[in-house]
Write a protein that binds this ligand. Structure first.
Ligand SMILES: *[C@@H]1O[C@H](CO)[C@@H](O)[C@H](O)[C@H]1NC(C)=O
Ligand SMILES: *[C@@H]1O[C@H](CO)[C@@H](O)[C@H](O)[C@H]1NC(C)=O
Ligand SMILES: *[C@@H]1O[C@H](CO)[C@@H](O)[C@H](O)[C@H]1NC(C)=O
Ligand SMILES: *[C@@H]1O[C@H](CO)[C@@H](O)[C@H](O)[C@H]1NC(C)=O
Ligand SMILES: [Cu+2]
Length: 174
């Protein structure tokens, strides 16, 4: 037996109002103040209104290497803002072929990022570009950027945790 249109509408209305009630209930559990300002901003480093962009060394003093958790790094060092610069620092391959080369790729979507599937990824820095001052990448757009190391056919990304995603925000002005 099918619902008459009116019944469907009523059902949806009930669903929506219960969702709304849950939404309101959640507000009661809201710990923080209801208005955010520069001093009580929940982010670890509130945007500096006079500074237009920041520069971050990916991984901090760890730089870009196999086995460091870059997802955690991104979580702990964000949020990032449009026009912020990420710097990837990594050792170039040795002349005698030893060492562990790295690189930087941008995955085209979430799915290939999760699977470390390099087939449609774009290489933005080769193994030699992380030397010295490192490879700089400016987060120009408000979009999600999926970064990963492309070395060893994605093994560095898959098992070495050499991947992270960032979604730069627009700068807030106070
Ligand atoms: C920011 O909000 C906190 C808590 O709501 C308040 O105590 C503080 O005075 C506010 N600061 C400014 C600069 O408005
Ligand atoms: C914001 O950044 C500028 C330039 O780096 C600095 O001179 C200023 O002291 C900073 N302001 C705050 C509130 O941190
Ligand atoms: C980013 O930088 C460019 C070039 O300096 C500038 O035109 C643009 O307005 C900036 N965007 C934001 C969101 O600050
Ligand atoms: C390879 O070259 C590096 C310097 O680029 C050197 O430190 C290292 O000892 C060399 N290793 C071998 C096995 O020759
Ligand atoms: Cu690598």
């Amino acid at each position: 037996m099918a619902f008459a249109n009116g019944q469907v509408f009523l059902l949806l209305a009930v669903l929506f109002s219960s969702m709304f009630a849950i939404g309101l209930a959640n507000y009661d559990f809201n710990w923080g103040p209801t208005t955010w300002n520069k001093t009580n901003c929940p982010y670890s480093h509130p945007p500096n209104a006079t500074q237009t962009s920041n520069r971050f060394i990916v991984g901090g003093s760890e730089n870009w290497h196999y086995g460091f958790n870059y997802m955690d790094w991104a979580r702990n060092n964000g949020p990032f803002f449009v026009n912020d610069t990420l710097v990837f620092k990594y050792d170039p391959p040795n002349v005698n072929g030893t060492g562990f080369p790295h690189s930087v790729y941008l995955f085209s979507n979430y799915r290939s990022f999760i699977k470390c599937d390099l087939r449609r990824a774009k290489r933005i820095a080769d193994p030699s570009q992380g030397a010295g001052e490192g490879f700089e990448f400016v987060l120009k757009k408000m979009q999600t950027y999926y970064f990963g190391c492309g070395e060893h056919k994605g093994i560095h990304c898959k098992t070495g945790n050499m991947k992270f995603a960032v979604m730069p925000l627009k700068h807030w002005r106070f």
